[in-house]
Design a protein around this ligand. Structure first.
Ligand SMILES: Nc1ncnc2c1ncn2[C@@H]1O[C@H](COP(=O)(O)OP(=O)(O)OP(=O)(O)O)[C@@H](O)[C@H]1O
Ligand SMILES: [Mg+2]
Length: 525
């Protein structure tokens, strides 16, 4: 098979910037609904009519390669970034800062590239479901409208928060795989914890609607964790301050959430970091294109071998402890290391307590000096708000949905559930579940929404409606009324409550928690 052509600077440029958006989409597919979840770190795109197979996760960034030995420096977008041969020294220019788009020009380039190359669509002939983070400023909302209606010229657009779409995904898409619908679907209530790139949000949803006072934000996400890891390894080993892409990969492959950080720190005091220690082989752009964590087995064996040697060394060092019968050292013939002619000496990063101290920040932000509470307190505070009765709080806690890339750390769920429990009243039940695909959940929820045509149309606006009501819409943004009044912004995550028998539901509630017997859930019409 012929090797894939390496993207070049000129190729990337012509794909992204020439001729504005509309001129360059001619001949591409129209008449479909595009779904976009544009996060601070990743851009998730798909076509509702084509289902899961059409979804793509791309970097929401333009990447600049270092150039040098392998050719000129290039600006890459989308899949070109994943396919780049040399990630060393690659720098990312991101349109999103602290969760909100600040560089719309770059965001348009990234989107245009995704429409053209990842989806093959002409936006001016398509409908759109797009996400927007909660509490977006009026200027951000206006820019989003301008981009989708005036720049890309979509025909009809529905804007929703990721939390609303994740809840929909968890209830209608993910749930289907697990069989019968349950309490959370019937009551349309729950809490969504989304730990993404820029920050973590806990959003309370009661009877299908987001409770505005039940939304809490922690200004800390995957980006902060990567930066923290960068600082730690740069201080202790190699200078990796310019290697965000490499260190993000180290974080994703080697870090985990500790059950108890203090116990884990004790383990690290064992010789050479004990069982916690791992080695990450750094990419060199020639033999190792993507870094990896060295096999545990190989590592263990290596440790055992070297332990024997080291023990003897210790004896020598501390010979003053007294006459000690030295074992006669039988020279063990060492297997000669077979070195292939082209096998280089890999550069490795040794990771010990960094592996769990970095994700620990999500639970204890004060570790890095952030004056905020961790993700467990975030959920507890979101649900404990003045707009909700106790019984409703209890109902929401029966469906805590966890999503976002940072929740993929090993052991995240166990620790989260264990630390959240003591923060809640004993009388409340607690059920925590993670969506099966934490990065794509909002996208899949959006695709499901788009496939419910009637619901989509009643929660979206057309380009013509936008042009006619633009001034009113902007005024409403200024007044922060969008959650309740503006058409085109999704208010409820699903159309109707599911067909529900009140008695059965109350019984189900009562079985889970005693305080819910008082609760009255609205029945389906
Ligand atoms: N296996 C993994 N383990 C740990 N972290 C991961 C893993 N996979 C991805 N991540 C991290 O998840 C983050 C991206 O998550 P996600 O795509 O949910 O965020 P986003 O939607 O781009 O951001 P936001 O919602 O904050 O705007 C990145 O910081 C990435 O490093
Ligand atoms: Mg996100």
């Amino acid at each position: 098979m012929a090797p894939k052509k390496r993207p070049t600077a000129s190729g990337a440029k012509s794909a992204s910037t020439h001729g504005g958006a509309t001129a360059s989409f001619t001949g591409l597919r129209v008449g479909v609904t595009v779904v976009i979840d544009a996060g601070g770190g990743t851009l998730k795109v798909g076509i509702a009519e084509d289902g899961v197979g059409s979804t793509r996760v791309l970097a929401n960034a333009g990447a600049k390669t270092k150039g040098g030995g392998h050719g000129a420096a290039a600006t890459l977008f989308g899949a070109e970034i994943d396919e780049a041969r040399d990630v060393n020294g690659m720098t990312m220019r991101r349109p999103v800062d602290r969760g909100y788009v600040v560089n719309w020009e770059l965001e348009r380039e990234v989107l245009a590239h995704a429409f053209r190359h990842a989806l093959g669509v002409d936006p001016s002939g398509c409908d759109l479901v797009v996400t927007e983070p909660p509490f977006a400023l009026p200027s951000v909302m206006e820019k989003l409208d301008e981009t989708v209606f005036e720049y890309f010229k979509f025909r009809r657009v529905c804007v929703a928060t990721p939390a609303a779409l994740v809840k929909r995904y968890a209830d209608f898409v993910d749930e289907k795989k697990r069989g019968a619908k349950d309490l959370s679907v019937l009551s349309r209530s729950g809490i969504v914890l989304d730990c993404g790139f820029s920050f973590a949000h806990a959003t309370t949803i009661l009877d299908g609607k987001q409770v505005v006072k039940g939304i809490r934000r922690l200004n800390l996400g995957g980006k902060t964790l990567t930066n923290y890891l960068k600082e730690l390894v740069s201080f202790r080993q190699w200078n990796m301050m310019d290697e965000s892409v490499v260190i993000e990969d180290v974080k994703e492959k080697a870090c985990y959430v500790a059950d108890d950080a203090l116990v884990e720190l004790e383990k690290c005091k064992e010789r050479r970091g004990g069982v916690v220690r791992r080695e990450y082989v750094l990419p060199d752009g020639i033999h190792v294109l993507r870094g990896y964590v060295r096999e545990e087995e190989a590592e263990k064996k290596e440790n055992d071998d070297s332990d024997e040697d080291d023990d003897d060394e210790d004896d020598d060092d501390f010979g003053a402890r007294g006459p000690k019968k030295r074992k006669k050292k039988v020279p063990i013939p060492k297997k000669p290391k077979v070195v292939k002619a082209d096998e280089p000496d890999h550069q490795v990063l040794t990771l010990v307590n960094e592996r769990f101290m970095v994700p620990e920040t999500l639970f204890n932000p004060s570790d890095i000096g952030a004056q905020q509470c961790g993700v467990c307190e975030l959920v507890a505070q979101a649900v404990d708000n003045e707009d909700m009765e106790e019984a409703h709080q209890a109902l929401c806690l029966l469906d805590v949905i966890v999503t976002g890339g940072c929740t993929k750390f090993a052991n995240f769920m166990e620790r989260f559930e264990r630390d959240l429990r003591p923060l809640l009243s004993e009388t409340f039940g607690l059920r925590v579940r993670r969506v099966s695909d934490p990065i794509k959940a909002a996208l899949l929820g959006g695709m499901h929404l788009a496939s419910d045509r009637e619901f989509f149309e009643s929660n979206s606006i057309t380009r013509e409606e936008y042009a006619a009501k633009k001034a009113d819409i902007r005024e409403a943004y200024q007044n922060f009324e969008y959650q309740s009044t503006i058409t085109g912004r999704l208010i409820e995550y699903a159309a109707e409550p599911q067909t529900v028998d009140d008695k059965a539901l109350e019984k189900q509630c009562a079985a889970l928690t005693p305080t819910l017997e008082r609760l009255v859930i609205p029945a389906a019409q």
